[in-house]
Design a binder for this molecule. Structure first.
Ligand code: CIR
Length: 276
């Protein structure tokens, strides 16, 4: 497994905020929390590559939103927020070394925080960041590769993955006030503790889960169900509405991709690796 990350911007205090009141954010504290997060990924066997820092872009640490990585392709997203649009190109350059690149084009918008994959199903949040046109473009890229793309209504939070993430291939952790769980029939659902609505954002590396230490009751709930949970303090990043998934883009090493052999960046591809 490989992870792309990006340094915390010194201007993170000017981040986008949708559902939280603005509070002072200490960039140095955020950076040291981010360093511990990165070290944790490395301790789990991830090779971490840092995308060149963008100090002028307050939200650039939240690299997850810039793209959707599948085994076969990487789809570069397009934010509905102008201040986040120039985050994508340096990430696309790095992703292009590992996957053929596809793109969400204007007027469509799509952020990676709205995209959750379970097996060959891709769940897409219908949020203020991801439009119907963006979802349709993702569908036209992913369905020919054998994925089923399914919309999910999200209300009251930023992204789909603020409200729901996978804790196993067939099991989700949900914050039920923010997401319509009807589409998830057939999957095992665990609810966050009612006092911890932000706890649903979990980073999964195989059977190991990384969670924000600020949600101890939900952590306890998952541990008592036998899940392997490691916590990390990201309280300063949480003030910017970031969670543990937002700070990395994970790429499985399941395919051999040679960038020099890929001459048509927008063409379809036929290689397919195992699910990650
Ligand atoms: C934003 O509003 O775009 C950032 N302040 C937070 C982005 C968090 N990303 C994520 O949940 N995937």
């Amino acid at each position: 497994m490989m992870a792309l990350t990006r340094a915390v911007s010194p201007s993170i205090g000017r981040c986008q905020l949708s559902h939280l009141p603005r509070q002072p954010i200490d960039p140095a504290v955020a950076a040291s929390q981010h360093a511990r997060y990165t070290a944790l990924l490395e301790s789990f066997g991830c090779r971490v590559t840092e995308v060149p820092a963008a100090p002028e872009l307050p939200d650039s640490v939240f690299v997850e939103d810039t793209a959707v990585v599948l085994d076969e392709v990487a789809i570069v997203g397009r934010s509905s927020v102008a201040s986040r649009r120039s985050e994508t190109e340096p990430v696309a350059s790095e992703l292009g070394r590992h996957r053929p690149i596809r793109r969400i084009h204007a007027p469509g918008t799509l952020e990676g925080g709205d995209v959750l994959r379970t097996g060959r199903t891709i769940w897409v949040g219908e949020s203020r960041r991801t439009s119907a046109a963006g979802l349709a473009q993702l569908r036209s890229i992913a369905e020919p590769l054998g994925y089923e793309v399914r919309p999910v209504r999200v209300t009251g939070c930023l992204h789909l993955k603020t409200a729901v993430t996978a804790v196993a291939d067939d099991a989700l952790l949900v914050s039920p006030d923010w997401v319509d769980v009807a589409p998830f029939q057939g999957l095992h659902l665990t609810e966050v503790h009612p006092d911890e609505p932000f706890a649903a954002n979990v980073l999964r590396l195989g059977t190991r889960l990384i969670m924000d230490s600020g949600h101890p009751r939900t952590v306890a709930r998952l541990r008592s169900a036998g899940r392997d949970v490691t916590t990390v303090d990201i309280s300063e990043l949480a003030k910017a509405e970031g969670g543990v998934t937002c700070c990395s883009l994970l790429l499985s090493d399941t395919i051999a991709f040679r960038p020099e052999s890929h001459h048509r960046p927008d063409s379809g591809v036929s290689s397919r690796g195992a699910s990650g």
